[in-house]
Design a protein around this ligand. Structure first.
Ligand code: SAH
Ligand code: SF4
Length: 369
């Protein structure tokens, strides 16, 4: 089987070219063609040596995940269902907000962590995604936007908040991050990438040492061990004490921010004792809390609190000195909001219903075998 181009960092590609008797300098030119000029056909790489172009045509796979369905939410969020070469599908969501267009990418097909509030968890873990499949989500959506929305359309940010636990797929996500940040390629700076984790302690300890510097979002969801364990079984092993010991090891350079995500579920973690526990755990001046009101999905066991309760909770935290934001729910009409993502086999019904109901969409019914 051919190797995928999208699995190469620029250093990998240099080494690969040299090992095949080709000039290593070609790697930079090729990154420029593929990631900047969006030209993935080696025949058109006019400044690349002929031998290198021929090598690429014969030996390197330039194909991207295939979009099998896409739909537009009323609020402008666009969800894509993409298929990998083995037929597995994942979802990736483009979310516009002011001058930004953020792509929420998946890191795994399903997830093994099993949080009790998460739709993805009901799938279990099917497999990890390769770096090429993560970079591939970005490239395939960027190309689609250029072709279908506007020649100016540009993704500006990436969040690892789709399906899967990115730190459970550490090496592939590390490689994808290096590729996203390569200056001669996509060239995203560290503030444009955010990795969200449920708190896999050994991987956080490793991240502190050898992961490219990006923003970190920690899915905290409760400052009380018993409640957190109910929401996130991972807390049985990596409880708040172990988690925060690991977090303290992350060197907070100027541009690496930690945000605490706090899913708010009615009557579960939105009580006065939760505010109290949070204020004992997080230092107010240093902590940014992002409240995510629970997004319901068919069969979900929790309820979203009322607007009034959400505002009350937020207010309590602001009074304690925290910086607090509430994540607006994007794309919930097409099940594209946090925790609603799930590979479409089981979602088929929803997607079919959608094709009739979504406005301004050029989507077709899903072609899933
Ligand atoms: N696996 C990673 C990243 C993906 S989920 C993680 O858990 O951090 C991105 C965010 O959405 C996480 O904070 C996650 O806890 C949250 N989330 C999951 N299901 C949700 C739901 N049904 N409603 C609201 N937020 C949810
Ligand atoms: Fe996995 Fe994140 Fe869902 Fe938990 S919330 S099951 S870690 S995707």
């Amino acid at each position: 089987m051919k190797v995928s181009f999208y699995d190469f960092t620029v250093d990998d590609l240099k080494a690969h070219l040299s090992a095949n008797g080709l000039t290593a300098f070609g790697a930079i030119q090729i990154f420029d063609w593929v990631y900047r000029k969006m030209e993935s056909n080696p025949e058109n790489w006019s400044n690349v040596a002929k031998a290198t172009r021929e090598y690429f045509l014969a030996n390197i796979d330039m194909s991207l995940p295939v979009i099998v369905w896409q739909g537009l939410s009323k609020d402008g969020t666009r969800k894509f269902l993409v298929k990998m070469t083995d037929g597995q599908t994942v979802e990736t969501v483009a979310i516009p907000a002011r001058e930004r267009l953020t792509l929420c990418v998946s890191s795994q097909v399903g997830c093994a962590v099993g949080c009790t509030f998460c739709h993805t968890a009901t799938q279990g873990l099917k497999r990890h995604l390769k770096a090429s499949e993560v970079v591939g989500q970005f490239m395939t959506v960027q190309k689609w936007l250029l072709e279908n929305e506007s020649p100016e359309a540009k993704l500006t940010n990436i969040v690892y908040m789709g399906q899967g636990e990115p730190l459970h797929n550490y090496e592939n996500m590390k490689k994808a991050t290096i590729i996203f940040m390569t200056e001669k390629g996509i060239g995203f700076g560290q503030r444009r990438i955010t990795l969200s984790t449920s708190g896999l302690v050994p991987a956080i300890e490793k991240l502190a040492v050898d992961f490219p510097t990006v923003n970190i979002a920690l899915s905290l969801h409760s400052a009380r061990n018993d409640v957190r364990t109910e929401l996130m079984p991972i807390n049985k092993v990596y409880d708040l004490e172990r988690l925060f010991a690991a977090i303290k090891k992350i060197p907070l350079k100027a541009h690496r921010r930690i945000t605490y995500e706090y899913l708010l579920a009615d009557g579960v973690n939105d009580l006065p004792e939760d505010v109290e526990a949070l204020s004992n755990l997080l230092v107010a001046k240093e902590s940014k809390i992002n409240i995510i009101p629970f997004n319901e999905y068919p069969g979900s066991k929790y309820k979203r609190p009322s607007e009034q309760k959400i505002l009350w909770f937020m207010d309590q935290l602001i009074k304690k000195g925290y910086t607090v934001t509430v994540r607006t729910t994007k794309g919930s009409d097409i099940l594209a909001a946090c925790g609603q993502l799930k590979s479409a086999y089981d979602n088929k019904l929803n997607l079919w219903e959608l094709t009739g109901s979504t406005q301004n969409t050029s989507s077709t019914a899903p072609q899933i075998q």
